[in-house]
Design a protein around this ligand. Structure first.
Ligand code: PLP
Length: 402
């Protein structure tokens, strides 16, 4: 019989969210009367707004016509790539620097094919699990050692550094994963912080994979929405982004990556050319219905809907943040991001997760699931119906019960 891929065997624990779902099911089975509310996963809950939805419907209708039918579009519809360049990047990128995908997570997984096994990796700690777990699957992370993987340089983001890491430990010639606004901490890096990140990436010959999946939640106009707002980034960075959270496309599946032509490997070869090769080899393009929805999302009317939808979730975030602050629980995020990162100093985060589930029947996400520095934290997600969020906020007061 074939032996198991040792990289899979190397993964320390089950994926975080199935584990949370398992614990929720276990609680629900033991307490069938409980009305559990989830502020746990980052899954969107609100319907797709009318203009964007009409784009999806129209995309499906056109497929049933001779003139409107289309088949494979490996790197994406040219008009969508052009629109992404003009709406998000001021037209700075040509369409062959923008690749349409079925989502940012899938792209992050596939991007690792660019670097192969054994590449050095640095990632924020805590961070969105696919950066580290995907590196383990790609054979880049080494085995589990103590509190983390031997081949990963963890960059702790804590209350003491205002959730922006010390960049000094980043190894030369490494792949750096960085997410802003951050999942899970909700912290958003400012321009000078991102400039220092780009500076380190350039000086140390690293490639920075910048995840901007929550950029549309930024309300403070001084905060960058893209790494390409920073001088020098086109020679060291790839950006991944997504329609999932801003347009409610978590189930529709549509994202993109920007791989500038200026980005080169150590030997001078083009990263863009390799990414194009990978995209056409192991990916056959995003759904053309989803892309029709994406085009509608970038119309002026669609952009207004994105603003309204993200405003709604930010309204939820404010309710959660206010409820936690009333309980004198320190937290980060929630102002330019849909996540609130609540500090329970000295506590085990799975234990706090269980306490909140048992006392309040509210599902959250234990910070330790996002990396060693997440211990002692709980992530609250603002994705939920308003009435559920309000009810959950009221129930959180039960945390004061002994
Ligand atoms: N990047 C971050 C930081 C996320 O939190 C998520 C989803 O939660 C994704 C990417 C996934 O995006 P997509 O739905 O486009 O795969």
């Amino acid at each position: 019989m074939i032996k198991r891929n040792k990289n899979i065997a190397n993964i320390k624990a089950g994926y975080l969210f199935p584990e949370i779902a398992r614990r929720r099911r276990e609680y629900a089975t033991a307490h069938p009367e409980a009305k559990i509310i989830s502020l746990g996963v980052g899954n969107t809950t609100e319907p797709i707004l009318p203009h964007i939805n009409a784009g999806l419907v129209e995309g499906a209708r056109r497929l049933g016509t001779v003139e409107g039918y289309s088949g494979y579009q490996d790197e994406g519809l040219p008009e969508l790539r052009e629109k992404i360049s003009s709406v998000f990047y001021g037209g700075k990128f040509s369409i062959d620097e923008i690749f349409i995908s079925d989502g940012a997570k899938c792209d992050i997984g596939r991007l690792q094919l660019l670097f192969g096994a054994g590449v050095k990796v640095a990632a924020q700690d805590p961070s969105y699990p696919v950066y580290v777990d995907g590196s383990v699957l790609a054979g880049a992370a080494g085995g589990w050692k103590g509190k983390g993987y031997a081949g990963i340089t963890y960059l702790p983001c804590t209350a003491s550094n205002n959730y922006f890491p010390d960049l000094a430990p980043i190894p030369k010639n490494s792949v750096i994963y960085f997410c802003s606004p951050n999942n899970p901490t909700g912290a958003t890096a400012n321009k000078s912080q991102l400039a220092s990140l780009v500076d380190v990436a350039v000086r140390k010959n690293c490639i920075l994979i910048f995840d901007a999946a929550y950029a549309e939640f930024i309300r403070d106009a001084s905060l960058p929405k893209s790494i390409f707002e920073i001088d020098g980034a086109t020679s060291c960075a790839i950006e991944v982004n997504s329609f999932s959270k801003p347009a409610g496309f978590t189930g529709v599946r549509l994202g993109w990556s920007v791989v500038p032509k200026a980005l080169k490997y150590a030997g001078g070869e083009s990263v863009n050319a390799d990414w194009s090769r990978i995209a056409s080899t192991v990916f056959n393009g995003a759904s053309n219905i989803a892309q029709a929805g994406g085009l509608a999302a970038l119309d002026p009317e669609g952009l207004k809907e994105i603003r309204a939808l993200t405003d709604f979730y930010l309204g939820n975030a404010k309710l959660i943040r206010d409820a936690l602050q009333k309980l004198k629980i320190n937290c980060e995020g929630g102002d330019n991001s849909p996540y609130i990162w609540a500090h329970f100093p000295g506590r085990d985060s799975w234990e706090v997760f269980s306490e909140i589930l048992e006392k309040c029947q509210v599902v959250t996400t234990p910070g330790a699931g996002f990396g060693p520095a997440g211990q002692g934290f709980i992530r609250f997600s603002a994705f939920g119906h308003r009435a559920d969020v309000e009810e959950a906020c009221t129930r959180l007061e039960k945390l004061l019960d002994k």
